[in-house]
Design a protein around this ligand. Structure first.
Ligand SMILES: Nc1ncnc2c1ncn2[C@@H]1O[C@H](COP(=O)(O)OP(=O)(O)OP(=O)(O)O)[C@@H](O)[C@H]1O
Length: 376
């Protein structure tokens, strides 16, 4: 029943005047030297699933230099559906279509979700807390319209509050904005925590497989209203299973307690935009103490968990896009990836070196040599 990409074509996208791939199977490996355009193809596929570019690119950057607009098309099929997804990219933005009729990106997003794993995913461990929150929200937004709406509404309210604080507004006016913020912040927290619990449990399992049970991965979601200073080094317990009423009371209290600090600093300090996500290996902060390989395994576990979560909640396997990651993984972690591929997830991989893949993977794949294609 799962929908999958049967073919796609690009016109004036990134470095491609035209690019076309037909008869796409479960596993495609794009091989070629640096800079040939492998990642550009993955980016195009991701855009056709209507998730924002993992490179966070502006519209203009997507259009081939010297061209005025780009056109992307994918033919997606399942046992019961046959869809042509179109994406026109112009100077003013993106327009999606399904079978020739204009549709919102959200309509397209629910057709075929996607999960990308790229070298940038190391930022999950090494990057800022806002990167982690955004990653969690990105999963939530793919899975639930409510999550999308809550996030959008919360950001709008915080923008308003921060503008007022910046202008030196204090007292009852800020309190009345807080009254508007608390219900949305509480809901967003609840959505995030439910998602977080699910993803953390899956990640712990995946990580145990990757590290052959040698290390224990645990995670914590620490709300900004948590009253105690949380250690940066070792794991601590943070209240998790609080009811809606209790959460909004704690938020209100924290907003009240830190009001003067917010006035002085000219920005909101309490709310989901300031919550933290922490990763621990055997009880120690993995961002501070984890090795490169351990950190990479955690980010890989996140992606594998995300695939399972999407499959469970949406009842549709996502398409998996792996950008140049095989070379950065050791044999055990590559093994975990192969395990994932065997679960019949349509997968696209880029690599500069086909030798990084075991022959059993290459034998099953359709290998696209980008250099040969360019020189044709
Ligand atoms: N809007 C654009 N118009 C034309 N060319 C572009 C545009 N954006 C990027 N490029 C070109 O695309 C190429 C990079 O493509 P891409 O990132 O897909 O390479 P890659 O094969 O993944 O390389 P690597 O192995 O180094 O990651 C560069 O040569 C760049 O100049």
């Amino acid at each position: 029943m799962d929908i999958r990409i049967e073919s796609f074509q690009l016109r004036d996208f990134r470095n491609y005047e035209t690019f076309r791939l037909d008869g796409i199977g479960p596993l495609t490996i794009f091989i070629g030297p640096n800079g040939i355009g492998k990642t550009n193809v993955l980016e195009a596929i991701q855009l056709l699933t209507a998730t924002p570019s993992f490179r966070h690119a502006h519209t203009q950057e997507l259009i081939r230099w010297d061209a005025e607009n780009s056109l992307l098309k994918a033919h997606m099929v399942s046992d019961v559906r046959d869809l042509e997804i179109g994406l026109a990219i112009g100077p003013t933005g993106k327009t999606y279509s399904i079978n020739g009729k204009k549709h919102s990106g959200q309509d397209v997003q629910t057709t075929l979700p996607s999960v990308v794993f790229s070298p940038d995913d190391m930022l999950l461990l090494k990057g800022s807390q806002s990167y982690r929150r955004d990653e969690l929200d990105a999963v939530g937004c793919q899975l639930s319209k409510n999550h999308r709406i809550l996030k959008r509404d919360y950001l709008k309210l915080m923008k308003h509050k921060n503008a007022l604080l910046k202008d030196g507004v204090t007292g009852p006016y800020i309190e009345s904005v807080n009254d508007l913020i608390v219900p949305t912040a509480t809901q967003l927290y609840l959505y995030r925590v439910a998602l977080f619990k699910n993803i953390a449990a899956r990640m712990a399992e995946v990580y145990a497989t990757i590290s052959a049970g040698g290390e224990r991965l645990e995670m914590r979601y620490i709300p900004s209203w948590h009253p105690m200073e949380v250690s940066k080094d070792v794991i601590e317990d943070v209240p998790f299973d609080l009811g809606k009423q209790e959460i909004s009371t704690r938020l209100e209290e924290a907003l009240h307690q830190r009001a003067v600090e917010e006035y002085e600093r000219g920005r909101g300090l309490v709310g989901p935009h300031a919550d933290k996500i922490m990763f621990y290996l055997n009880g120690r902060n993995a961002s501070l103490y984890g090795s490169q390989g351990q950190q990479r395994s955690i980010s890989l576990a996140w992606k594998i968990a995300e695939v399972g979560l999407i499959e469970e909640i949406l009842g549709q396997k996502p398409v998996l896009l792996l950008d140049d990651v095989a070379s950065e993984l050791d044999a055990a972690r590559r093994g975990a990836l192969v395990e994932l591929l065997h679960r019949d997830i349509q997968t696209f991989i880029t690599t500069t070196d086909i030798g990084t893949f075991e022959s059993e993977v290459v034998d099953e794949a359709s290998v696209v040599n980008m250099l040969e294609l360019r020189n044709k």
